[in-house]
Ligand binder design. Structure first.
Ligand code: SAM
Length: 246
């Protein structure tokens, strides 16, 4: 592995190649993303997302960045919290994922969400723009977490909160093995239900490669975030990391 490669699942690839491959993964899953999420998580992702929103501390009229917002689950939960005088900026690399979200939110009459196609590593927002930023199940796909954290620190107002919901690693060995065994079924479920195992194989590998909770907390501190903490969900199957922009 040379210094400038990054992991795409178990493979090491050039950064541009990772961005292209991740785009391809979400191009393939966009249309069935929401239904597969419900099936493969038994709906628990909805609970985790609600917990994330509760931890934001957002108030009416505030501005929140929903980074890697995809099909708009988080935006739909955040919009009523910030209200019509607030703003949810749903930003994502993938136009197909956002199109699903845009259709859904427009159909639901949600007015305070704006969509912006951009990579997490180059956010097209002015410094000090947001009171809060959330990333739900997006971070492990980023081409550079470090660059994305630096961008988040820039676009958040001083004192603004960053919350990251992501798959994690259970401390308990038995739970860890059970969870790995369950994940091993995902490519087969993908093949059976949508005729495509590859995106779900990448999903499993990307979870495997994602840093453990403590390492991720350290990465956030290195990016300048203060009061960094994390909360395990379901014994560490997932975790919410949070930090405050200096
Ligand atoms: N946040 C949504 C949710 O919780 O359901 C979507 C999560 S989906 C698993 C991951 C999203 O991250 C995809 O929509 C993908 O396009 C986006 N993504 C991946 N890499 C990205 C990057 N470098 N910058 C912005 N978005 C990215």
């Amino acid at each position: 592995m040379t210094d400038n490669t990054v992991s795409f699942g178990r493979r090491n690839v050039a950064p541009d190649e990772k961005t292209r491959l991740v785009q391809g993964v979400f191009d393939r899953v966009a249309a069935r993303y929401d239904v597969m999420n419900d099936i493969m998580s038994f709906g628990t992702h909805r609970l985790f997302k609600r917990m994330l929103v509760e931890r934001t501390g957002l108030r009416e009229g505030q501005y929140v960045l929903d980074l890697a917002g995809g099909t708009g689950d988080m935006a739909a939960l955040l919009a009523p919290v910030v209200g019509e005088h607030g703003l949810v900026a749903l930003t994502d690399l993938n136009g197909d994922m956002m199109q699903v979200g845009r259709d859904r939110l427009l159909d639901d009459g949600v007015a305070c969400v704006q969509f912006c196609r951009a990579p997490a590593e180059r956010l097209p927002f002015a410094s000090d723009s947001f009171h809060c930023a959330v990333i739900s199940f997006g971070l492990r796909n980023f081409t550079s977490k470090e660059t994305a954290f630096a961008e988040l620190a820039r676009v958040l107002k001083p004192g603004g909160r960053l919350l990251v919901l992501e798959f994690a690693k259970p401390d308990d060995a038995t739970l860890g093995s059970l969870y790995k065994g369950f994940q091993a079924l995902w490519p087969g479920i993908g093949k059976a239900l949508v005729g495509d195992a590859e995106p779900y194989r990448y999903l499993v590998e990307s979870i495997e490669k994602h840093p453990k909770q403590k390492a991720l907390a350290l990465m956030m501190r290195d990016a300048g975030f203060i009061d960094v903490a994390y909360h395990d969900l379901l014994g560490g199957v997932a975790a919410i990391h949070e930090g405050v922009s200096p």
